[in-house]
Design a protein around this ligand. Structure first.
Ligand code: GLN
Length: 189
């Protein structure tokens, strides 16, 4: 994976966990940078959009004039939780303007208050054994378009998808110490 430059959108959310996870996954061969402006994104091979609050991240993307740069970005996008909400083509919450990068319809906070957070071992296409997934006020994809490969689904709905270079996840792979999904993503850049 040497030589890849991964940007982590650093406007709000669990930025440092993503920086650490990608730094480890790259094994010192690549570079991880925090992205706070359109200029920071130039030269990146990938952009991680972290978990956090999608309403806040969407507002900051707009305020900083980064929307067009993200939409025209040619690298892969690794979107987790709030990031999955942002990259979707439709969102069940009018306050968050979808980027429309991954053709999924998402529902925010799909697990309700009593199950705001939970962990589960899930089967993921491409991984030889289950992945321990940490869900925190997680969204779900209720539907995925024809160009989208569903990587994981639980009874409530779709929780992991891939579209071209992009991967979107309902859960937080940067929190479970298992970097197989990061590697799966980096392999396709
Ligand atoms: N519920 C949050 C949102 O929709 C996402 C939560 C998270 O990223 N852990 O923005």
């Amino acid at each position: 994976m040497a030589g890849k430059k991964v940007g982590v959108l650093a406007l709000q959310g669990d930025v440092s966990e993503h920086v650490n996870a990608f730094s480890t996954a790259l094994g010192g061969g690549g570079e991880v940078v925090e992205v706070r402006s359109a200029a920071d994104l130039a030269g990146c091979d990938a952009l991680a959009i972290p978990g956090g609050e999608s309403t806040t991240i969407a507002r900051l993307i707009a305020e900083k004039g980064m929307r067009d740069a993200i939409l025209s970005f040619e690298g892969g996008i690794f979107a987790t939780c709030a990031g999955m909400v942002l990259v979707a083509s439709t969102i069940d919450d009018a306050r968050v303007e979808p980027l429309g990068i991954v053709d999924i319809a998402v529902e925010r906070n799909a697990f309700g208050r009593q199950r705001d957070s939970f962990e589960a071992d899930i089967e993921v296409t491409g991984l030889a054994s289950p992945f321990h997934a940490v869900f925190i006020r997680a969204p779900i994809a209720a539907a995925a378009g024809p160009g989208v490969e569903v990587l994981a689904e639980i009874p409530r709905g779709i929780v992991a998808v891939r579209q071209g270079k992009h991967i979107a996840l309902s859960f937080h792979p940067e929190l479970s110490g298992d970097l197989r999904l990061h590697r799966l993503f980096l392999e396709r850049l």
